[in-house]
Design a protein around this ligand. Structure first.
Ligand code: ADP
Ligand code: ZN
Ligand code: ZN
Length: 681
């Protein structure tokens, strides 16, 4: 432990007004500063120690950010540290640096950022009970059981990244669906484990795609694998964090929050499906897990690999600007596997029946007769998005949100997908008494019902957030699909990600059009990504795959790019549009958001906030506007957009603005800054 300057341990009481040295502690309070505490004679503290302090009437956990600083406060105003915790490793310097960076970049006070990044049990002033937190299992063996010998293309990628082990390099691994990206990750990790180092793997929503974890466990039967996601119980999450922080876990596999786990021997950072929007944290410290991962690799001096079939335009642009190197896998890895044939079904010519065009139904029927699987993709869960009275035009709305209630057939209830409110389906229209209420439109449950009626005897499996509520259940369902015990899968986005169903040869897409007419400039990028991903589930072995996209805009360039699997062409046309319109990645953005019981108050606050700091000429501050869905859970929301083509100019303005807001913002009003925002509704 570091020796402390002598004046720290001898604190002369007579010298009340003399300057003296103290420790500076980060606390989870919404104030953008650290707090001074004195060090009792019998304690030695170092930067990164978790400590217990008195703050107001409460004891709190804090993290020592500086020792030996000179306090500005009189001696008698400074309280002593109460305890130093040694139940978890001291937070390392590179981790503190990461948190300083994230806190400054995303405009969140350092204390809230640092304490918020700790696992739940370590945020508590209670010491960790010695035995309660199970270590991750395994013997730290580096045995590797590869599933395949790498193809030539894969080997080239592997060698390129392996050559960068030991230094920072950022790679975009652009490989079509099924090109064997995961297989490369496994080989790279094997190399890292051989050297006794640690690998960090970030993936979207791993609690919902358990087969990624399975693949890791099969490849590394003896390795200590720490899995981290927010669906875990506090104890398990804390245990995984400790395994990472102690260096016990050779592999840390998790969602975005895993990027915040200390890893003393970090030697490789992998981000799978880097384009996925779930990498952006939407509350508290609103960081991008992907961008934080690249920064972390830089701090650790190791390579970062961002893998995807459909890069985000930010990442694509970073490659064009030569910040990232692009590694390409243009073909599927499995022998004989081809990318599927993608075509549109023109809904203006083929009249759909309960949502299905005749061509789509025929394609499913053909698969059924051949014993192959079909996947029907519809990006909406529930039975129907609207319950309406045809007599008077009433629709069921949520009382707390400006949104409609969604009909759920299994529970026979209405549910709000924004605030979670639920109620029974009314027997009659509340305004006119009409008993003939109609569900309009369709979601996964209704599609499942329609298919069941149409293809009697077919085994239909629905996979969405509702059917995946219990973790074990989703795994069991997926197992059944893998074993071929399902003929038709109906699902949302959840099915698009990472699944490898060998018998699946047809994908039908039901409602692609909403995104084409959206006002969100990112809608096309997302639609292309999800369609390419979901198409990527078809034909992953010898039997060719076919994809039909039902649309009223069959001539849309997005569909022709999709049919050619031409991501580059699509990306370039999007980038051209964004450049002309002045959208990211050509400008940097931030949003200031506020919510209040009444919209007026939120708008007024934003208008005044914009005047608190003077925007430099390089920063453009827009007028505040209400959110598209203005009210959620009883709060009305508005936001103000800030843009600049200079990141430093925007960052400078944001710091000034947030400092002013912390001083001036009224307590009763909730506000936050979102840097590099991706959701605007
Ligand atoms: P991606 O992560 O790019 O979607 P995967 O790593 O999941 O690709 O591989 C897709 C499929 O191809 C899997 O079934 C995998 O087992 C198989 N595969 C991967 N690499 C090879 C290889 N070198 N030889 C044969 N099959 C492979
Ligand atoms: Zn009515
Ligand atoms: Zn609601």
């Amino acid at each position: 432990m570091k020796r402390l300057p002598t004046e720290l341990s001898t604190r002369p009481k007579s010298l009340r007004d003399r300057r003296f040295s103290c420790v500076r502690v980060a606390l989870d309070v919404p104030l953008a500063r650290l707090f001074d505490y004195s060090l009792p004679d019998d304690m030695t503290a170092a930067v990164g120690d978790r400590v217990v302090v008195q703050f107001g009437a409460r004891q709190r956990i804090g993290v020592v950010m500086e020792v030996g600083a000179v306090s500005e406060l009189p001696v008698n105003r400074v309280k002593p540290l109460l305890a130093i915790r040694d139940d978890a490793p001291r937070l390392p310097a590179d981790w503190l640096e990461l948190m300083r960076f994230l806190s400054a970049y995303y405009q969140r006070p350092l204390g809230e950022s640092v304490i918020g990044a700790l696992p739940p049990r370590l945020r508590s002033v209670k010491p960790l009970p010695r035995k309660s937190v199970a270590a991750v299992e395994g013997e730290a063996s580096a045995a590797f059981v590869p599933t395949h010998r790498l193809t030539q293309d894969q080997s080239a990628v592997f060698e390129r990244v392996a050559a960068s082990l030991g230094r920072f390099d950022a790679f975009l691994l652009h490989g079509v669906t099924g090109s064997g990206k995961t297989e490369i990750y496994l080989h790279l990790i094997a190399r890292v484990l051989e050297r006794g180092a640690q690998a960090l793997v970030l993936a979207p929503e791993i609690s919902l795609t358990p087969q990624l974890e399975q693949r890791f466990r099969q490849a590394f039967p003896g390795a200590r694998l720490a899995v981290m996601h927010s669906g875990l119980q506090d104890i398990a999450r804390t245990g995984a964090w400790l395994a990472a922080a102690r260096g016990d876990a050779g592999i840390v596999l998790g969602t975005r929050l895993a990027v915040l786990a200390p890893m003393p021997r970090l030697a490789l950072v992998l981000v799978d499906e880097e384009h996925d929007t779930s990498f952006k944290q939407q509350e508290g410290l609103r960081y991008s897990g992907r961008d934080a991962a690249v920064y972390r690799a830089k701090l650790a001096g190791c390579p970062a690999v961002l893998g995807t079939a459909t890069p985000s335009l930010e990442t694509w642009y970073n490659w064009q600007q030569k910040r990232y190197q692009r590694l390409e896998l243009p073909e599927r890895a499995s022998p004989g596997a081809r990318l599927p044939e993608v075509r549109t079904v023109d809904l203006r010519r083929e009249t759909p029946e309960q949502g299905f065009a005749p061509s789509t139904l025929a394609a499913i029927a053909a698969r059924l007769s051949r014993g192959e699987q079909s996947l029907i993709f519809i990006n909406r869960r529930g039975y129907a998005p609207v319950l309406a009275c045809e007599a008077c035009g009433w629709t069921a709305g949520c009382t707390r949100c400006s949104a409609r209630m969604v009909v759920h057939s299994a529970s026979r209830r209405l549910r709000c997908h924004h605030c979670g409110a639920e109620e029974a389906i009314p027997r009659a229209c509340p305004t006119c008494g009409n008993v003939d209420l109609r569900p309009l439109g369709r979601g996964t449950q209704r599609v499942e019902e329609t298919l069941g009626a149409r293809f009697a005897g077919a085994r239909i499996v629905r996979i969405d957030r509702d059917s995946a509520q219990r973790r074990g259940e989703l795994s069991r369902t997926l197992e059944r699909v893998h074993r071929g015990e399902a003929d038709i899968l109906v699902g949302t986005q959840l099915l698009a990600k990472g699944h490898d169903f060998p018998g699946l040869t047809f994908v039908g897409v039901l409602n692609a059009d909403a995104a084409l007419v959206s006002t969100d400039y990112r809608a096309a990028e997302r639609l292309f990504a999800v369609l390419e991903q979901v198409s990527g589930r078809a034909g992953r072995r010898e039997r060719p795959g076919e994809v039909l996209v039902q649309t009223r805009y069959p001539g849309h360039p997005l569909f022709s790019a999709l049919a050619r699997h031409d991501f580059s062409g699509f990306a370039q046309s999007q980038l051209d549009e964004r450049k002309a319109a002045g959208f990211p990645p050509f400008v940097f953005e931030a949003a200031l958001r506020a919510e209040a019981p009444k919209l007026d108050a939120a708008l007024r606050f934003l208008r005044e906030a914009a005047r608190l700091a003077e925007a430099p000429p390089a920063v453009r501050v827009y007028d505040p506007v209400p959110h598209v869905i203005t009210r959620i859970a009883g709060m009305e929301r508005a936001q103000l957009l800030m843009q600049s083509s200079s990141r430093p100019a925007l960052q400078g303005y944001l710091s000034a603005l947030s400092t002013a807001l912390f001083e001036a913002a009224p307590r009763h009003l909730r506000w936050h800054l979102d840097v590099d925002p991706i959701e605007f509704d």
